[in-house]
Design a protein around this ligand. Structure first.
Ligand SMILES: Cc1cc2nc3c(=O)[nH]c(=O)nc-3n(C[C@H](O)[C@H](O)[C@H](O)COP(=O)(O)OP(=O)(O)OC[C@H]3O[C@@H](n4cnc5c(N)ncnc54)[C@H](O)[C@@H]3O)c2cc1C
Length: 236
């Protein structure tokens, strides 16, 4: 059911040099949503071209007692307002919406995220940890530099909690001191971590160009299209 809510900010956090998060309190209200869904957020700004609302994926799991949203700060009036929020401010939001949702009885799922396209995956991963779901879950998370990794400290904690979870970071810009994987997510990387291409579910989220590129790659790898779910963060 779609609800209109007005919830207070309880915390803000600078996640990376250009990504900011806000945590909202439920204020004793209930919101039923599925991991992967998004909300429409509205601010009192007048942006004649792009309006005063933006869809933002819910980054917190339904098992958590707050709502988390993260966004890349741009010059738009919406983002500038987001960036200026402080504890106690009220935020108007409508939802939940979307069909980019976790299939809880999947055997194996591969999450392909780029940059800020990680938000619905934090929700899904945390949900699998808290619910102790048996899904074999692999997150291949691509960023330009290590400094761009969002929720940086949480990934190792989630892996400790969930023996079925593997988080793989890859960095696309050469960075001194980075000892992990480099380069874009490619066929070899997907095959290395996915044991059953025919029966795994694939979720892709990020800027439209990245989503289209990876979606085409899976097509050339003969992954059944019915097993591929995408969420394009239009506007990037
Ligand atoms: C389902 C969904 C979930 C999302 N979740 C997140 C999230 O969790 N975090 C996050 O940071 N972003 C998310 N986004 C993207 C977000 O809604 C904004 O579009 C994006 O952050 C850019 O907003 P902006 O205010 O910076 O730029 P804008 O002022 O919106 O403009 C950026 C440019 O993109 C163009 N543009 C805007 N919208 C569209 C569109 N729909 N199609 C084509 N061009 C467009 C504008 O005309 C402009 O040139 C999500 C998008 C969708 C669809």
């Amino acid at each position: 059911m779609t609800l209109s809510l007005e919830l207070p900010v309880i915390e803000t956090k600078q996640e990376t040099p250009d990504v900011k998060s806000i945590k909202l309190s439920f204020n004793n209200q209930r919101l039923d949503y599925k991991p992967g869904q998004y909300m429409m957020i509205e601010f009192d700004v007048i942006d004649e071209e792009n309006g005063s609302t933006r869809p933002l994926s819910i980054a917190s799991s339904p098992t958590e007692d707050f709502l988390l949203f993260s966004t890349k700060i741009s010059q738009s009036l919406f983002k500038q307002r987001f960036n200026s929020l402080k504890a106690g401010d009220k935020v108007k939001l409508k939802g939940p919406m979307g069909i980019f949702t976790l299939k809880e009885d999947a055997k194996e799922a591969v999450l392909l995220g780029g940059g800020i396209g990680i938000t619905p995956f934090r929700d899904m991963v945390k949900y699998c940890c808290d619910k102790k779901l048996k899904i074999k879950l692999t997150l291949l998370y691509s960023n330009r530099t290590p400094a761009d990794i969002v929720y940086k400290d949480e990934w190792a904690v989630f892996e400790e909690e969930n023996p079925n979870l593997k988080v793989v970071h890859t960095i696309t810009e050469s960075t001194a001191g980075w000892l992990g994987r480099t380069g874009r997510v490619n066929e070899a990387m997907i095959k290395e971590f996915c044991s059953d291409l025919d029966n795994s579910l694939f979720y892709i989220c990020g800027p439209p160009g990245m989503v289209e590129g990876l979606s085409n790659l899976l097509k050339t790898m003969n992954v059944p299209q019915s097993n591929v779910k995408i969420e394009k963060f239009a506007g990037y």
